[in-house]
Design a protein around this ligand. Structure first.
Ligand SMILES: Nc1ncnc2c1ncn2[C@@H]1O[C@H](COP(=O)(O)OP(=O)(O)OP(=O)(O)O)[C@@H](O)[C@H]1O
Ligand SMILES: [Mg+2]
Length: 280
């Protein structure tokens, strides 16, 4: 079996001795949409920093596109995995927004006109074209997050990893990002997102991976988000749609809807005299 990302028994400690990852394993298939959930401090960001070689394993193996990530492959992997950091202040640092987005494609050795085209398209996609000449440190947090996303889009990597991408985006910004993610997924990209937003995970993901104490607690399809034990252990909450159907008091709590379209179908069935349960 070979996936686009394979992590086996990964351990990682920070310099101060904090054991952030303790035997974590994860497998991601090509073109999958994976939502990574788990409590604050679970190890999500630490894990994601391993996917493009910023963190190198203390123990265990990280493979991307079949290649083991180590000091020899860390440069290579940065062209294959685009990572949007949790905190844009860790990522956006050039003198202008344009320079910041151009950094990645330029490092990939692309020609200046190609770089220019990619920067323009990426800034357009995140609605930041008017800020190309601005210094990033004057931008709002949400705007910086958009610039960081543009920086990854401009590189066009096959794997895109986003750490809390929705945080600080306004509702329209979230919609735009969702459209971008859908487009990328259709064009074959593999997308991994760390998030605390269970409603987003329920709507978007093919698979959810739940991390706690530096290990994979559970992984599976989005119905995991309606599992009482998992939700409690991972400090999550049920998706709003699921909460509504729970409150409606259906005695069978298996297979409650968790997406808006799942809810619409279930309500239609209820109105026509059937039960409210449904695959999602
Ligand atoms: N640079 C660092 N130095 C020391 N410890 C760190 C560092 N970064 C993170 N940690 C610790 O590593 C553990 C995992 O942190 P991490 O940031 O990966 O969690 P997370 O799941 O992303 O949390 P959140 O949901 O808050 O983003 C925590 O105990 C955290 O305090
Ligand atoms: Mg984090």
């Amino acid at each position: 079996m070979s996936g686009i990302i394979e992590i086996e028994d990964l351990y990682y400690s920070y310099r101060d001795g904090t054991e952030a990852l303790r035997g974590l394993s994860l497998y991601v298939d090509e073109n999958e949409r994976v939502a990574l959930l788990g409590p604050n401090g679970a190890g999500k960001s630490t894990l994601l920093l391993h996917l493009n070689g910023i963190n190198l394993p203390g123990q265990g193996v990280v493979r991307v596109l079949g290649k083991e990530i180590n000091s020899k492959t860390e440069k290579w992997v940065r062209t294959k995995v685009g990572l949007v950091f949790q905190d844009p202040d860790d990522q956006v640092f050039s003198y202008t927004v344009h320079e910041d987005v151009a950094f990645g494609p330029r490092n990939m050795g692309l020609s200046p006109p190609e770089v220019e085209e990619r920067v323009e398209q990426a800034l357009e996609a995140v609605g930041m074209s008017n800020y190309a000449g601005h210094p990033p440190y004057h931008l709002s947090y949400g705007q910086k997050k958009r610039v960081a996303i543009a920086g990854v889009l401009a590189m066009g990597p096959p794997v895109i990893v986003l750490d809390e991408p929705m945080a600080y985006l306004d509702p329209r910004g979230k919609e735009t990002l969702l459209e971008i993610l859908n487009r990328l997924h259709k064009s074959g990209a593999t997308i991994i997102i760390a998030t605390h937003d269970v409603d987003f995970a329920a709507e978007w993901a093919d698979r959810v991976v739940i991390i706690k104490d530096g290990r994979t607690l559970r992984q599976g399809d989005t119905s995991l988000l309606t599992d009482e034990e998992v939700v409690s252990e991972a400090h999550l909450r049920f998706p709003v749609v699921t909460q509504i159907f729970k409150r409606l008091g259906d005695s069978n709590t298996e297979n409650l809807p968790l997406t808006v379209s799942g809810a619409v179908e279930a309500i239609r069935r209820l109105l026509s005299g059937g039960g409210c349960n449904n695959g999602n």
